[in-house]
Write a protein that binds this ligand. Structure first.
Ligand code: BES
Ligand code: MN
Ligand code: MN
Length: 456
């Protein structure tokens, strides 16, 4: 609609400046030193939602970081869209790899660089600005509710309870989320699934104290060597995961589904070049798109133990540790997989060590329907603003609360994301194309309009 474009054109600079202000707040949820910043960020989001036209916006305290809940109800007979996003960000480390400060947003070559630029402040803020446009042009087509949380990056542990507690006030027809990626501006796409996550920490203990590696070395099992071997055994020669029972619930895709998935534009040579690797890697018998989209994985996130300080210290350490995560696909269950992993890890431990396995936060996989009104509305909205029908894809990442929207509220989700896979989310130099930011703001009101029309 021309009025939307005109309004955005007139206020473009301010929209970007307001996003920069939000990006300056280091709302790192994982680090309690930043609790003041997450609280400040929640306030800023609440103020932005009120300024954009919400009738009400409140800060809901939780056992962790606060949730912002806001709404603008215009007509109870219209459908209601519940927009979900998160204002918390990943820690910016390692700082030395950033070209500019992670919380000092700069625009270079049409991209805005800062922690949270894409994941998810930039994408969440598109919805706030889209609301402003609809308010100012008097064109809001659906009732709107917003949940903007501050714990997505640490597993959304308190949001589940919020959904239970606020069940009545959260009634809606669809959940709309912009926190995923598309293939490119030339090839817009919609993710139709997310992987689940089981996250484990393991501790391997050998002798009851650190030992002199000369006095004892050779006669006492080294926990770092032992842990390394145990970890190495978690994949077989075909890069299948060896945890017993791991694949039991995994659905095999039909030939048609695999063909559709692999027809998305993707160039493995470009992929390798961009990542600086000479060869790709993965489970035998599957393509890269399948390996990241529909197959489960097991990744080492960190490993430590022994002496890592300056110079050399001859030590046979008492302990070694690792953080291990598994991405899950339908119909795997995160707790069940955590249990299988725990059992397996104890089983493969030689008797000269003891192991302790703990489970961190996780989340369940989701598949979103492509035959729903909401998906069709998103498809049509993107086709309108990008000039091309979006391709359905499967995302490799996880958003733990999505499964609970369905379980607790009975709501399906549309993942209308505008990021790109190479936006460096969770990495140094996170960025978001300013063009994608504006395109997203332009597309969202169309979604509301089409969703209202198609729901009639
Ligand atoms: N926005 C991401 C998830 C994502 C990114 C999905 C790109 C699809 C494409 C989200 O903020 C995220 O990083 N989630 C975490 C899970 C969480 C439990 C820490 C993840 O996927 O590691
Ligand atoms: Mn995110
Ligand atoms: Mn993230």
């Amino acid at each position: 609609m021309q009025a939307w474009q005109d309004y955005q054109n007139e206020h473009k600079e301010r929209f970007l400046n307001e996003l920069k202000d939000l990006l300056r707040i280091p709302s790192v949820s994982a680090n309690s030193n930043h609790n003041g910043d997450t609280a400040r960020c929640a306030e800023a989001v609440k103020d932005a939602l009120l300024a954009a036209g919400c009738d009400s916006a409140e800060i809901c305290e939780t056992a962790g970081h606060p949730i912002v809940f806001a709404q603008k109800i215009i007509d109870p007979s219209l459908p209601t869209v519940l927009t979900y996003g998160h204002y918390d960000v990943q820690p910016p480390d390692p700082l030395e790899l950033w070209t500019s400060g992670p919380f000092e947003p700069v625009v270079v070559d049409g991209k805005i660089y800062a922690r949270g630029a894409c994941d998810d402040k930039g994408q969440m803020f598109m919805h706030v600005k889209a609301l402003e446009i609809m308010t100012k042009t008097n064109t809001q087509a659906c009732n709107l509710k917003f949940i903007i949380e501050g714990e997505e990056e640490v597993g959304s542990t308190n949001l589940g309870k919020f959904l239970e507690d606020y069940k009545d006030r959260l009634q809606a027809d669809i959940v709309l989320v912009s926190d995923t990626s598309m293939i490119s501006m030339e090839h817009p796409s919609i993710e139709t699934g997310l992987r689940g996550l089981a996250y484990m920490e393991v501790e391997v203990t050998g002798p009851n104290r650190d030992l002199h590696s000369g006095v004892y070395g050779g006669a006492v099992g080294n926990p770092i060597t032992t842990l390394s071997k145990m970890i190495a055994s978690l994949h077989d020669e075909n890069n299948h995961i060896t945890v017993e029972g791991f694949y039991d619930d995994v659905d095999d895709l039909t030939v048609a589904e695999r063909t559709a998935l692999n027809s998305a534009p993707f160039d493995i040579e470009e992929y390798k070049t961009e990542l600086g690797v000479k060869a790709d890697w993965g489970e035998k018998g599957y393509t890269a798109l399948e390996r990241t989209g529909v197959r489960p994985t097991l990744e080492l996130n960190g490993i430590w133990g022994g002496y890592i300080g300056e110079g050399a210290k001859t030590v046979l350490p008492s302990k070694a540790f690792a953080k291990i995560s598994m991405r899950l696909v339908p119909h795997q269950n995160s707790h069940q997989i955590a249990e299988l992993f725990t059992k397996h890890f104890h089983k493969i431990a030689p008797d000269y060590v003891t192991v302790k396995v703990t489970e961190h936060h996780g989340g369940e996989p989701v598949v979103t329907p492509t035959n729903s009104i909401a998906y069709k509305a998103a498809e049509k909205a993107i086709a309108t603003t990008f000039g091309k029908d979006p391709i359905p894809t499967r995302g490799g990442g996880s958003i733990p609360i999505i499964a609970l929207f369905e379980k607790t509220l009975g709501l399906k989700t549309v993942l209308m994301g505008f990021g790109l896979d190479n936006d460096n989310i969770h990495s140094p130099n996170e960025k978001f194309d300013v063009a994608n930011f504006y395109k997203g703001i332009e597309t969202i009101p169309y979604f509301h309009q089409y969703f209202a029309e198609m729901s009639k």
